[in-house]
Design a protein around this ligand. Sequence first.
Ligand SMILES: NC(=O)c1ccc[n+]([C@@H]2O[C@H](COP(=O)([O-])OP(=O)(O)OC[C@H]3O[C@@H](n4cnc5c(N)ncnc54)[C@H](O)[C@@H]3O)[C@@H](O)[C@H]2O)c1
Length: 454
Amino acid sequence: MPTDWYRNLTNSGVGGAITARAGLPRVPVLRRYEPGQPLLAGPALVGAVGKGALVDATRALLTESGATVVDAAGEEKLAAVVLDATGARTIADLAAAQAILTPAVRELGPSGRLLLLGPEPDETDAEAAAVAQALEGLVRSAGKEVRAGATANLLVVASEAVPAAVDSSVRFFLSARSAYVDGQVVHVGVPVGPPVDPAGMDAPVDRVRPLAGRIAVVTGAARGIGAAIVDTLARDGASIVAVDIPAAGEALATVANRTGGTALQLDITSDDAPRRLLDHLRERHGGVDIVVHNAGITRDKLLANMDADRWNAVLAVNLAAQLRINDALLTGTGVLRDTGRIICVASTSGIAGNRGQTNYAASKAGVIGMVRALAPRFAERGATINAIAPGFIETEMTAKMPLGTREAGRRINSLRQGGLPVDVAETVGWLGQAESGGVNGQAVRVCGQSILGA
Ligand SMILES: NC(=O)c1ccc[n+]([C@@H]2O[C@H](COP(=O)([O-])OP(=O)(O)OC[C@H]3O[C@@H](n4cnc5c(N)ncnc54)[C@H](O)[C@@H]3O)[C@@H](O)[C@H]2O)c1
């Protein structure tokens, strides 16, 4: 893993003192998830604008998780501030939100969480629609203001969604699992699939192993982000099918073995890849619950110097292979099980564009377009499909960048550091849960609120 020397310097005794005296910013050490860790490291302030349809459920969730819920900041720093603004419709409601948030954010502690729950815009009421959108501006700005590794995110909740449908997302965004997810707006609708019995959704979920009993296939699993996804999903209870090219067979076997999973050597661009993958899943595992399209390549060149080989290779791995496998999952029978979750790794390059990456950015933007188009089709099967767009992640790939480019990439986000592969993996884990069926067709960035493409 590449070293962030500047972060280490600002967190060391002497180095920290010198950099502070020079007025240089400190790079926070982010709280990350460890099994057995409590949801929050301190009290949570929970407030509501107006009645707040989700405020009671949120308080109950926090109490059940062992957190102390307060109405006003006290002596102890707050680990989280949750504002249920789903009832906000007027400028006066926005003022009420500000009145709650201002004293609260002053007391937000290190790696604190500011989480707003907002309404879907009501297009028949201009003020209500404006207020719904205003919450995005508020949250995205707050993300740039909060310090010491704190994050700010907004869940836009459909009015028909039952509180239990929001649970897995609230938990993720409050927990240390979302360490590098900042400034995001995620829509939570009515969960896909047959109508959910709210009593059933309230049934105890295994919080330590939320993916227990689920089969997960991860492509590009031999190293980097893919290997971290394997480790994280296995830690959360999933059985793993690890896929990579034959040339990566040894590393692939190591990754699969350490989680007790199976390895499948497969070039996902080969003609028979969808059939071989589905056969393996059907015959060896009786189906699949989570499909993570993580394999990806870069072949950078300026557009003016681009050749067809580079263009086609990147589009084949990053986009065409995903399209073909998704099509097979939709049309094949007996493979994709109920509450299937497809998760496609895109990139912030696909949102912001990147010099020298017309092919890569086209493929990754294409993934986001594919996800949007396929969401209703997977929903008919009781499944979801979402994209994750990582920003600057500390991997062997980014370690090879020239120093200046790498340093710039690390710092141009609200958390002033690169993310870790595990940050992408934790986001996959959240979207992979059966309880996350209200999140469909979205692109969630794992980028520390990078200014690129914001
Ligand atoms: N590292 C970053 O900062 C970053 C940022 C944004 C997005 N991403 C995306 O995250 C994903 C993982 O990135 P990474 O940094 O871990 O990359 P990596 O190069 O370390 O790993 C990619 C893996 O995919 C495998 N692979 C490539 N072609 C394949 C094929 N045809 N069939 C099967 N497997 C194949 C490779 O063998 C390798 O093991 C990629 O989709 C990448 O585009 C990475």
